[in-house]
Each structure stands twice: as C-alpha cells, then as structure tokens.
Design a protein around this ligand. Structure first.
Ligand code: NAP
Length: 280
C-alpha cells in the first residue's frame, strides 16, 4: 500500500483567498515531510461532522478562520490556556482521535512586534481600532507583555464593551479605555496604533485616521497584509511614523501552528519567501 501524505489545512467560510497553503506547503517541502496543506470551505452545518471525521480523512492539524474560531471550541477535547484566555482557537492538533485547540494569533503578533520590529511593549500606550477576534488576541498579548494603557474603538459598542470587560477582569496591571470615536483613541499620545478592522483591504475603503494623528515615534501596525501598504500605512509612513503590515503576524502565527503540528522548528525564511513572492 502506498503511504498517503498527512493532511493539514484551513477551515473557514470563505477560505479561497488564504495564503496559508503556500507558506505551509513550502515548509513541508523544505523539511522533506510527506504532508499537504489544503483549504476546506465548510458550511456551518458541516462543521461538527467534519471535525468528528478527521482521522478518516488522514487530517492531523487544522487552522481555523472566520467564522469558526469560537464555534469549534465545543467540539474539542481540550484547549490551551492561551486559547482559553483569548476565547478563540485558530489551530487544532488531532492526536490519537483527541482534538486540541490552540491560538497562535496573539503570540504571532507579539513575536513579530518584539523580535522583528524591536518594539518593547512594557509601559507603552496603545490605541486599537476594532474589537473583533484579532483585536482580542492582540490586546490579550499586549497586556500579557505589560503595556500600560490600551484604548479601543469599535463601531459595535456591545462587542467593544464585552472585550473591555474581559480584559479588565484578566489583567489588573493595564488600564483599558473605551473610545467613542477615532479621535477618542488619542493617537497623538500613543506609542502604537493597531488597525484590527478589515478597513483598508479594498481599494475603495476610506482612510479612517486623519493626518494630524500621525507622528514620529508612533508605530502603526495594520493587521491587513494584502495590500502590502494600505492607505493607513502610506499616510503613516509619509508622516514619519514607523509602519508594519500584518504579513509578519501571518508568518509567525503560521510558524507556531506548524511547530505545534510537526514538533519541528518551522523554516522561517522559506515560509516568509513563499508569502512575499505571492504578494509582490
Ligand atoms: P472581525 O471579527 O470582523 O472584527 C473587526 C471589527 O472591526 C468588527 O467589530 C467591525 O465591526 C469593526 N469595524 C469595522 N469597521 C470599523 C471602523 N471603521 N471603525 C471601528 N471599528 C470598525 O475581524 P477580525 O477577525 O478581528 O479581523 C480583523 C482584521 O485583521 C481583518 O482584516 C483580518 O484579515 C486581519 N487579521 C490578520 C491576521 C494576520 O495574521 N495578519 C490575523 C487575524 C486577522 P462590523 O462587524 O460592524 O464591521
């Protein structure tokens, strides 16, 4: 019998624009692993049966994206402390019919921020636009890393209030504030601005900050990685702020998932090149 490759992949709806297959398949090839990474677009009613039949499909690991990062949790046998704190799972490991959930988004963001960009979060003041799943992962990790103050704005007030309540209950050493507008974020007094909304992905999207809010000494981190330079990043760069797209976060969260699944050190430069080649 010909041994079949181990299967890994991404579940979500939709998943067609994902760059994860490029990054992970390049890594499998570089390490000579008999494994493939594919895309699984699942309708909500298909999720449970899919997760219950991973071993039949030879699936050893999954990434999870919108809208299933929270919805998968009831079907898992255990989740990591980090995934519990974030309340969402972006990585599943299937081991001997047991499913374990992890979250590598926040750690991936923090690793890129500290290791590649040289930003030290301790004692810093941070403004965040968006209070969805990505903002939750990012703010949990910024708080863990000792930021002094986090102010968040989201058009969905209920979602924002829930996130703030969760953060305040979990991290006593950080001050958390609600902004009622972009102006209320007080970006002028911040060291770091994170865009955790999808605004900027489309050409027609508006610029959601104003020129006067950009300043030298500010790092603007846009979680969006396609396009490589959003209108927000362009303005920030022109005004002398430091800038980063979300490509580094994508890379590091992928490397962490790869290491959870394979137990091997992820080939960073190979994975980075796979992403950059596609986005150039
Ligand atoms: P999400 O759950 O939809 O959260 C985004 C939040 O921002 C929503 O509550 C949304 O409200 C709000 N929002 C939209 N426009 C706004 C505005 N003008 N001002 C204030 N708030 C606004 O999305 P997510 O999963 O957190 O992802 C957010 C972004 O991060 C996406 O672009 C995603 O691709 C990116 N991301 C990147 C990485 C990476 O590795 N680089 C990882 C995860 C996510 P509505 O629902 O009303 O629109």
């Amino acid at each position: 019998m010909i041994p079949s490759p181990k299967i890994f992949g991404l579940i979500g709806y939709p998943v067609t624009h994902s760059l994860s297959p490029l990054m992970h398949n390049a890594a499998f090839k570089a390490l000579n692993l008999d494994a493939r990474y594919g895309l699984f677009e699942l309708k909500p009613q298909e999720l449970e049966n899919f997760l219950k039949s991973l071993s039949k499909k030879n699936i050893y690991g999954l990434n999870v994206t919108i809208p299933y990062k929270e919805q998968v949790i009831p079907f898992l046998d255990r989740i990591s402390a980090q995934a519990g704190l974030i309340g969402a799972v972006n990585t599943i490991r299937a081991l001997q019919d047991k499913l374990e959930g992890f979250n590598t988004d926040g750690e991936g963001f923090l690793k890129h921020l500290t290791e590649d960009l040289g930003f030290s979060p301790e004692g810093k003041t941070v403004s965040v636009i968006g209070a969805g799943g990505a903002a939750k992962a990012v703010t949990v990790y910024l708080a863990k890393a000792g930021v002094k103050r986090v102010t968040i704005y989201d058009t969905q007030e209920e979602k924002l209030k829930n996130l703030l309540a969760h953060l305040k209950a979990s991290f006593k050493g950080t001050e958390f504030n609600q902004a009622h507008s972009i102006e209320g974020l007080k970006i002028n007094n911040s060291d770091l601005l994170v865009n955790a909304t999808p605004i900027g992905m489309k050409e027609a999207d508006p610029l959601i900050v104003s020129e006067g809010q950009m300043h030298r000494g500010l790092l603007v981190y846009d979680l969006i990685y396609n396009p490589k330079e959003t209108k927000l990043l362009k303005l920030a760069r022109e005004k002398g702020a430091m800038v980063s797209s979300g490509l580094g976060m994508l890379l590091y969260q992928g490397m962490l998932s790869f290491e959870i699944w394979t137990g091997k050190i992820a080939p960073k430069e190979i994975m980075r090149k796979a992403l950059e080649d596609k986005l150039c």
